[in-house]
Design a protein around this ligand. Sequence first.
Ligand SMILES: [Zn+2]
Length: 223
Amino acid sequence: MLPSSTVENYLKAIYQGAATLTPPHRLLPMGQLASALGVVPGTATTMVKALAESGLVEYEPYSGVALTPAGHKLAALVLRRHRLIELFLVQVMGMKWDEVHDDAEQLEHVVSERLIERMDEMLGHPTHDPHGDPIPGRDGTIAHRHLDSLLTCPIDTPLKVTRIADQDPAFLRFIETNELKPGQPVDVVGRDAAADSVIVRGKDQRRITIGARAASKLLVEPR
Ligand SMILES: [Zn+2]
């Protein structure tokens, strides 16, 4: 028997890694999975073979791994717990959005179904967590939307921040200081390929220059 938190972390990592693949690619390379989990490739392969035997993933040697429908549902339910816990810690317990991720990483494996459903009710059945990530439903369905980032969105178009695709506390504080949290207005003034940076106009016409890597993690939609 594998410890359930390990299984859940693998399924979650495969789910999140698969989201970065561009069609027709569907299998997550093992090297990418191993580095996301901070383990050596041999460890990841052993684990993935066990998950394949349990029917949670499909594993193709030398190609990679994909979730089966059963694995996909389990992964979505871990994300549901994680995201509801984060929102609960922020909205009900008054914690800051840059300090809840690590606690949610622990709690997502131990909270009961009853507790999670009660949190969901207290929060008014929210659709997104504090970082703008969609909260999967009880049945494991996730609302999928394609969002542009500040790197790919049109220039000089009124946008708003929708989702922050990085949980690093220092990065989240940078976002907060510059008033670029989900819901806040933004538009791209220009991109500087030579400097690898993006110049944006935020709240109150504030001009902010951000690096391309950071810009790729700020997802936006039309305002
Ligand atoms: Zn988190």
